[in-house]
Each structure stands twice: as structure tokens, then as C-alpha cells.
Ligand binder design. Structure first.
Ligand SMILES: [Zn+2]
Length: 458
């Protein structure tokens, strides 16, 4: 991109203050060189609305968007996470590489339109449905990298390590053959992905053991010790379901978070996805480890996972990021709203997750943006020199935002709004969504619809 690009912003949230009439000066790769007072005349392009940093999506499985809305009919037994998973596995085993790429492209566009400017894609559909490795073992990872690049979103690719069907099992189940790797195969996949992304400034790479039930301790030790990048993000599902806690206690003798913290040097590069069911002592120890919890309130509600104790977690000094997980909904505002609403329903109070005198929406937004970027390993989540210019423009002319103070406008978006309040979305200083539309909106939407129709008729 043009290294001299300057963007004028009428109102911008820089670190902890709102600033009027500033010009963002961009260096190569869309990194902010400086932000100074300035006029529209001093800039190449102007943003007239209210500018905040783009939101990182800390947890997604793009392909699961294919079953959004299809898991409503009640089954003959009690529906649960586990019955939902059967439906998800059936779809997971139907998707071709071409279909997978088309779905990911459209879902990334939906994320951008919702205000997510980067995404941690927790990717486990590696092989053919019968478990046979594609001629190019990184085929499906490459589809994701291509989709992210085409859509313009920044991505942290998290190839998933999946070794066994459950605690104490030696191999995966029949319907999980697409996911399976030995540690050495997995390390080769990471190596291939690293090469593929070497010239892509918006793509980062991390390690993702699926869960403790799917990755035995020795395999996880082997991967963490062998992979040379000791700073890369490490994400895993943990403590999502009560049945998983009981299985873990049965096989490992302790609860999962307690076991993980005891076995590994968990620190700020770890994202504990869900971590819904922690004991009091696990919660305190996990917060002290500086790990982030990756909370996905809509999916956790949809699957009946349980409610994370966000207020207790923050009180213990913990940090959270937000994710769309199953992508049953794709909305920054809804995830943050539900996080706060869960605490309101529990406590009978309002504005629970923020401090006295502080805007609830502003606190939730800035915390999730900063923490999310850190745990994705992306230079984003804040607007300051050295960070990438991932920006959202709230429409200052929207009837609920017009004339309001910027903190109130942020509250209005999160608690009373939706993506219609977003006027434009920028990644690395490039506008990727304008007036609610992505440049490839129509073609990618129809490609996604085509996949849905093929899977229905197939
Ligand atoms: Zn997940």
C-alpha cells in the first residue's frame, strides 16, 4: 500500500481518550506511524464518524455457519452440546475443499461487516472425510488463508491438533477422521503453514490442541517443545461441558484447568476457550497465570454450555476476549451485550462488569479489543503508533448516535444497536466495508448460498 497514506478522523478513540480532528499517518503494511492533530485537507481520505479499533474475533470455526439455524428441532433424547455435535460432524464430513473455501470467504465477510477485523480460526477439517491426507496436506489450511486474503480480514490461523476420541482413548472415532494428526504430522503441517504465510503480513500462526480430551499430555508436550516459535499463541477448548470435567477427573484425577496449569507453563499467550466450569481455586490460578479466557456467549448459550463467571474473573485480575465460535450469530455488539446481561441476570444489578463512573460499553469494548489482539498475536486492538490501522467507523448520523457523546455512542451500539450502525470497516488502513457493503458482497454471498444448496441436495 501507499506508505504515505494519511487518514483524517473527526473523532477517534486513541488509547484511553477520545480525540477530535486527528490524522493517522500510516507506514507500510498499514501500521500506524503517528496520530497527530490535523485537518481533512492534510489527509488523503476522511472518516466523518466515530472511530474505534476493530474487534478481534478470538474463536471461530467458519464451516459451522453451515448449520446455523438447522439444529432447532428437538431430538428424541434431551438435546445438548453432544447431540448438536452429531449434526455438526455430519456436515463437517460433507464439505469439499472448494466448498470450505467459499464458506470461509463469506463468513469472513460477515465478520468484517459486523466489526471483526481479525479472526482466530480454530481449524480442524484437515483431511478427506475418510481420513486420507490430501495430496497437499495443507490443502484446507491454504483454503482458509486464501479466504482471509480475499476477504481482507486479518487472521491467526490455528491448525488444530486432534489425536483421540476422548480421555484414555488411543485414536479418533470414525466421524473424526478428518481431524486426526500424530504430533509429528501436525508439526509438519505447522511448518507448511508457516511457509505459506511468510509473505502475508495479515496472517499469523498459532498452536491449537483441540482439548484435553482430544490431546494426550505427551502429545501436547511434544508439540510445544518441538515447535521453535515459543511466542506464538496457544489456544484450546477447556472446561466447556460438565461431562468433560467428570471424564477428566476420572482419568487424570483432577479438574481440567487445574491439570493444565500444573502440567504446562501457561502464560499470556494461552487462550482458554470457554473455561466455563472452573472451581474457585481454578479461577484464581488461571487468572494469575495471565492466560486469556476466550468467551463466546452466544454459542455457549446456544449449546447450553453454562455461564462463565465474568465478574469473578475480572475481580481476580483475569482478561477476556470474545469469539463467535459456531458462528450461529456473527455480531460484536451481541457477544459483548450477552456477556454483561448474563451477569445482570445472575446478580440483579446493572452495569456489573465496569467500574464506577465508567461507560459499560466502552469498558467491555476496549478490554475485549486489547486482550483479543494480544492473544491472537496481532498488532491491533488499540489505535496508537506501532499498531495496525484496523478501524471501525460508527455512523455519527444514525438516529441513535447523532449528537451523543462518544462513550454514549459506544454504549448505544453495544446495548441498543447492531451492524447497521457501522458505516465503514478498515483493515491495515484499507477500507473493506463501506456503507455496510463489502466489495465482493454479492458474489461471495451467492457462492455461500450455492454451497448450502449443494449440501442440502447432496
Ligand atoms: Zn470452538
Amino acid at each position: 500500500m501507499d506508505a504515505s497514506l494519511k487518514i483524517y478522523c473527526k473523532m477517534l478513540l486513541q488509547e484511553d481518550q477520545w480525540r477530535n480532528d486527528v490524522v493517522i499517518d500510516l507506514a507500510a503494511d498499514g501500521i500506524i506511524a503517528k496520530i497527530e492533530e490535523g485537518s481533512p485537507q492534510a489527509a488523503d481520505t476522511c472518516i466523518s464518524g466515530i472511530v474505534v479499533p476493530g474487534m478481534p474475533n478470538a474463536h471461530s470455526h467458519c464451516f459451522q455457519r453451515l448449520i446455523a439455524g438447522l439444529t432447532g428441532p428437538r431430538g428424541s433424547h434431551n438435546d445438548s452440546f453432544w447431540s448438536w455435535r452429531e449434526v455438526m460432524y455430519r456436515t463437517a464430513n460433507l464439505v469439499s475443499p472448494e466448498q470450505f473455501g467459499a464458506v470461509a470467504q463469506w463468513v469472513f465477510v460477515e465478520m468484517l461487516k459486523a466489526g471483526f477485523t481479525s479472526c482466530a480460526e480454530f481449524h480442524y477439517l484437515h483431511h478427506q472425510p475418510n481420513g486420507v491426507v490430501y495430496a497437499n496436506p495443507a490443502e484446507m489450511s491454504e483454503r482458509l488463508i486464501g479466504a482471509a486474503t480475499q476477504s481482507g480480514i486479518a487472521m491467526t490461523l490455528l491448525p488444530v491438533l486432534y489425536c483421540s476420541a476422548g480421555f484414555g482413548k488411543e485414536s479418533v472415532a470414525h466421524e473424526q477422521q478428518r481431524f486426526a494428526h500424530s504430533p509429528s504430522q501436525y508439526l509438519r503441517l505447522l511448518e507448511s503453514c508457516k511457509k505459506i504465510i511468510s509473505d502475508k503480513s495479515l496472517i499469523e500462526l498459532g498452536i491449537a490442541p483441540h482439548s484435553l480430551r482430544a490431546v494426550p499430555a505427551n502429545s501436547l508436550h511434544e508439540v510445544l517443545q518441538s515447535w521453535p516459535d515459543k511466542q506464538c499463541p496457544v489456544h484450546l477448548h477447556i472446561a466447556e461441558q460438565p461431562a468433560e470435567i467428570e471424564d477428566c477427573r476420572h482419568h487424570l484425577g483432577v479438574r481440567p484447568v487445574e491439570w493444565l496449569l500444573d502440567q504446562f507453563s501457561v502464560d499470556q499467550r494461552w487462550c482458554l476457550v470457554h473455561a466455563t466450569h472452573m472451581s474457585d481455586s481454578e479461577l484464581q490460578l488461571a487468572a494469575a497465570s495471565r492466560a486469556t479466557v476466550g468467551l463466546c456467549p452466544t454459542t455457549e448459550a446456544d449449546l447450553g454450555d453454562g455461564v462463565f463467571r465474568t465478574a469473578d474473573w475480572l475481580k481476580a485480575g483475569g482478561c477476556f476476549a470474545i469469539g463467535t465460535d459456531s458462528n450461529v450469530r456473527i455480531s460484536v455488539a451481541e457477544e459483548l451485550r450477552l456477556l454483561e446481561y448474563n451477569e445482570r441476570l445472575r446478580s440483579g444489578q446493572r452495569n456489573v462488569l465496569t467500574g464506577t463512573g465508567t461507560s459499560c460499553g466502552r469498558f467491555l469494548y476496549q478490554h475485549a479489543a486489547r486482550t483479543g489482539a494480544a492473544v491472537l498475536g496481532q498488532p491491533a486492538g488499540r489505535l496508537a503508533p506501532g499498531c495496525r490501522a484496523d478501524l471501525l467507523e460508527l455512523d455519527a448520523d444514525h438516529e441513535l448516535l447523532n449528537g451523543r457523546e462518544p462513550d454514549v455512542a459506544l454504549d448505544s451500539w453495544i446495548f441498543a444497536g447492531d451492524k447497521s450502525m457501522l458505516k465503514s470497516v478498515w483493515v491495515a488502513g484499507q477500507r473493506v466495508v463501506n456503507q455496510g457493503h463489502h466489495v465482493a458482497d454479492t458474489s461471495l454471498r451467492s457462492a455461500f448460498a450455492q454451497v448450502l444448496s449443494e449440501l442440502k441436495s447432496g
